[in-house]
Design a binder for this molecule. Structure first.
Ligand SMILES: *Cc1c(COP(=O)(O)O)cnc(C)c1O
Length: 411
């Protein structure tokens, strides 16, 4: 099991500074004085690299962006007010009325409603598929398809995608692939597997302790030769490619989404997020080891557990081959009925009942009565939401304490 050694070095070294303040400098100012009208003009035309206004970029947030871009091997990143802000930024920067999206996997509730309820009001159609419907995915691509959207791990259905295979489909069709990698930072590097944009909710394990809402979109460089983003499908990018070259997806995201929708990161949250990042590799490597111990024991004790490390899981082979660094902090327990699920949640002493995931503490939530309460039966079936389903996010506690607590709660 990889312990994310290289990140242990790079994160603490890049967050801390050797000259002056060691902890990142927190610049809370919303606006910045330009000094002279000449400098103001230069800032607005891009020839002077100084902050313009915090909606368009903030020095503290810029530091976070550069660390996250490096983490995933991107050319740059845009941090946002939340994970939904990052998804909205990435998709709205590429979409116009009449376009189509292909969305694959067991989707996070907010993303599902963004595609199905909200973007549909603006004339954008989304087609939803399970991770293994490769032929149907390929056949659904039309000249209007601008985005294939994928989650690295189904939340909460725990299905694992073959990211490389889907990236190949996207690449051959010349369509952008966006991966929501919130559940598996460091474990999965989507840009290296062929994705074009990665989005995160940094609220989750990246911050790690419920102290800061935030998100980030990380972009790959556009190639100097042929590139899918130079095709007529993305003709609106041409002017940004002309002015910014390989960086084009960043001004495109800032001018077509951030400037006008305003999902900008808050400098205080960016500061907190960097403090979380310093210990991300340590926390993640502990949790991905604990979770296998926990799910194995609970499964052997007769609980109905869903996690790809269990041999019974349909994607167990894929877990062993492609998710060698684990698949995050989540698993589910199906207690059979809502009553039994509530009884479990009332009896657990360790789990905090909340909608968050990826925290230092173990968290739990009954799915059907909370996040998915407004979804009809057919959608719940597609997303794998059953009456007794509890989602668990494992924290830093001793795995044996968690096992003992869950066993007493399930009796
Ligand atoms: C939480 C979450 C989001 C949304 O993030 P917020 O910071 O709450 O807006 C998006 N995708 C996934 C997979 C998530 O778990």
């Amino acid at each position: 099991m990889n312990n994310f050694e290289e990140y242990c070095t790079t994160f603490v070294q890049s967050v801390g500074s050797k000259d002056g303040a060691v902890s990142p400098v927190l610049i809370g100012s919303a606006s910045f004085g330009y000094g002279t009208p000449q400098i103001a003009e230069g800032i607005f035309d891009g020839s002077v690299k100084k902050p313009l206004y915090s909606r368009m970029g903030n020095p503290t947030t810029a530091k976070l962006e550069s660390i996250l871009a490096e983490m995933d091997g991107g050319i740059g990143a845009v941090a946002t007010s939340s994970g939904m802000g990052a998804t909205t930024l990435a998709v709205m920067s590429l979409l116009a009325s009449g376009d189509e999206v292909i969305s694959i996997g067991g989707l996070f509730g907010g993303t599902y409603s963004l595609f199905s309820e909200t973007l549909s009001r603006f004339g954008i159609t989304t087609h939803f598929f399970d991770v293994d419907e490769f032929d149907a995915i390929q056949n659904a691509i039309t000249k209007n398809t601008k985005i294939i959207f994928l989650e690295s791990v189904g939340n909460p259905n725990m299905r694992l995608p073959d990211i490389k295979k889907i990236a190949t489909i996207a690449h051959e069709a010349g369509v952008a692939l966006i991966v929501d990698n919130t559940i598996t930072p460091l474990s999965i590097l989507p840009l290296k597997l062929g994705a074009d944009i990665v989005v995160y909710s940094t609220t989750k394990i990246i911050s790690g302790n419920a102290s800061a809402l935030g998100g980030c979109a990380i972009f790959r460089a556009i190639g100097e030769g042929e590139d899918k983003f130079k095709s007529p499908r993305y003709d609106f990018l041409a002017k940004f490619i002309k002015s910014a070259g390989g960086m084009a997806l960043i001004p495109n995201a800032k001018k077509r989404a951030l400037r006008d929708f305003g999902m900008s990161a808050n400098a205080h949250a960016s500061y907190q997020t960097m403090l979380g990042l310093e210990t991300l590799p340590l926390r993640l490597s502990r949790v991905i080891q604990s979770i296998e111990i926990i799910v194995k024991e609970l499964h052997e004790q007769g609980l109905n557990i869903n996690h790809p490390s269990l041999v019974k899981h349909p994607h167990h082979a894929r877990y062993l081959e492609q998710f060698q660094n684990g698949c995050g902090t989540l698993f589910t327990i199906d207690m059979g009925t809502k009553e039994k699920a509530f009884e479990f949640l009332n009896k657990t002493k360790l789990a905090t009942i909340t909608a968050n995931i990826g925290d230092s503490r173990t968290l739990a939530l009954h799915m059907a009565s909370t996040i998915y309460r407004d979804f009809d039966d057919e959608t719940k079936k597609f997303l794998g939401i059953t009456d007794g389903l509890i989602r668990i996010s494992i924290g830093l506690e001793s795995p044996h304490d968690i096992i003992n607590d869950f066993l007493q709660a399930s009796k």
